[in-house]
Design a protein around this ligand. Sequence first.
Ligand code: 5MM
Length: 340
Amino acid sequence: MDTSKLKQTASQLVANHKGLLAMDESTGTANKRFAEAGIPQTLAMREAYRNMIITTPKLGESISGAILFDETIRQKGPDGTSFPSAVENAGIIPGIKLDAGAKDIPFFPGEKVTEGLDGLRDRIAEYVKMGARFAKWRAVIAIGNGLPTQTCIDLNAQVLARYAALCQEGGLVPVVEPEVLMDGSHTLESCFDATERTLHAVFAELYKQRVLFEGMLLKPNMVLAALDAPEQPGIDEVADATIHCLLRTVPAAVPGVVFLSGGQSSELASARLNAMNSRFKSKLPWAVTFSYARAIQQPAMDIWKGQDANVPAAQKALEHRAHMNRLARAGEYSQAMETV
Ligand code: 5MM
């Protein structure tokens, strides 16, 4: 294991106030998002969409790394180069989603464990040859009546740690993503409790499996009330609860925390990230930045609609969201910037 290279890549991914772009939607998710935006659900459209994203001018000024899906890493960029080379040419580090999706846990209704460990060592070697330098694996934890169970948390923690160890052995920086879902009507306090339990278990397993904290990134949810909760906390309340939870659970040796957006609106995802950085500036042991999919891409997808003529306006919207999040990472974002 080349520890210095892993440390260097992990630090580079969170340097200069940049963050990650999650563009690793599997075919089912991409088609679902396309259907909602009225875009035909074809391979050609997915390729055109991903090319539109990666050729966005100035994207590399705010985005340090892009997480790709297996289909995308094998595609060609607009000038016929491989997609990972097109990403590198944009000044962005290519990454790859390694999980094969979350599947039901037998005898634990409503809970899932993420699959994809079979053959993972060989897949990592193949992706490294294609140019990937980091990876992502997402586990999902649901909140509900009696959920999450400790069994679900522990199973996902073990699998996340096994994935992370295999990545580091093979030369990829693992992004470890345990997502406590926003679905339902639970309170911010319930989310705090589930997130704290999950992160404790995840870091205990990472430690047991000898994962190098300095050579990984954590991709957590923010501590929020559920989407259907009757009471929604304010921006500062979310920032305080999230940082409080992370300070209790995430080792200082981890170079960066890169949040998922999880169904928040684009502007709230920026405002909450900004509040964490502006309120806790000198107290944070890790870089606190973003790894958003929907909160960066959605406005651009809605403008693009699969039409070539809409590419410049869609790219402008994408660059705007990436830039807003870079400012939020620096604690320099304000709502007033949205209308400029
Ligand atoms: C939680 O999802 C990740 C972050 O996206 P949001 O910022 O929209 O919450 C994202 O990377 C996700 O893992 C990918 O979109 C892939 O999802 P699927 O379910 O297709 O593997």
